[in-house]
Design a protein around this ligand. Structure first.
Ligand code: NI
Length: 253
């Protein structure tokens, strides 16, 4: 039994075979899945997927790449989606991306803050996307001490992960943990308590080894459980069970 805590099944790369894939996943051991939104249309699509399948949950929010679209109307639309859909369990994915910086930093920070305010108001956890923006992200979060959630596709240091865990955050591990050059992430996996780890595909991107380069899908999330189990000296089944429970606690399912 596995919980893919971050999968973009609404992505157009699944348009050709989405129904076939969705039918296959429960048989492949995927018992829970969180589909975050990246902007308003994809947040709506995530809600629709969650309405159709009892094992799929949704989050709504604007990714830093879409941070130019955040205004009162979009925020109100997210608020409405949360009210109408009991299976919306988080605000996300939101955050800062200084690697691509498709949107100017000031605008990303404003968008991040406004959605953290929304999460605080609605008392929901957040799904944070943070790339090469560690310092600004942590500074902004200091202003929201009651808001926690998950740092998805974690890319910071082990030390930063320990600090986040101490504040109540979860750490999300993608297929990167299976890559040969994942030294920093391995350090993180060894440094934090088992109770704070969750696994995710972030599909359709970032397929784990030995599937690297292919389209990723939730069926591959067992590879993250296997690799983390190997690092922590427990069985893959135990790691699957622990990360499933952690994901349920994180998203209050
Ligand atoms: Ni994502």
């Amino acid at each position: 039994m596995l919980f893919d805590t971050h999968a973009h099944l609404d992505d157009r790369r699944f348009d050709q075979d989405r129904e076939v894939l969705l039918a296959r996943l429960p048989e492949a051991g995927i018992s829970l899945l969180m589909n975050p939104g990246c902007d308003l249309p994809s947040s709506r699509a995530a809600c629709a997927l969650a309405r159709e399948r009892d094992w799929i949950y949704a989050a709504v929010g604007s990714h830093p790449d879409a941070a130019d679209d955040i205004g009162d109307e979009v925020l109100e639309a997210y608020r409405q989606l949360v009210r109408e859909n009991p299976k919306v369990k988080a605000i996300g994915e939101i955050g800062l991306d200084y690697h691509y910086e498709d949107v100017p930093r000031q605008q990303q920070m404003l968008c991040f803050r406004r959605q953290l305010e929304l999460a605080r108001e609605l008392e929901l956890p957040v799904i944070v996307h943070e790339r090469e923006a560690h310092e600004d992200a942590l500074t902004i979060l200091e202003d929201f001490p009651t808001v926690t959630g998950v740092f998805h596709c974690y890319s910071g240091s082990a030390e930063m992960a320990k600090q986040l865990v101490a504040k109540g955050w979860y750490i999300g591990f993608t297929g990167v943990i299976t890559f040969k050059n994942a030294r920093k992430l391995v350090e993180t996996a060894l440094a934090i308590p088992l109770e704070r780890m969750v696994i995710e595909t972030d599909c359709p991107y970032m397929a784990p080894e030995p599937f690297r380069g292919r389209r990723n899908d939730p069926g591959y999330v067992y590879r993250m459980a296997e690799r983390l189990a190997e690092l922590r000296g427990i069985t893959p089944e135990e790691m699957a069970q622990i990360t499933l429970e952690n994901g349920k606690r994180l998203y209050r399912i």
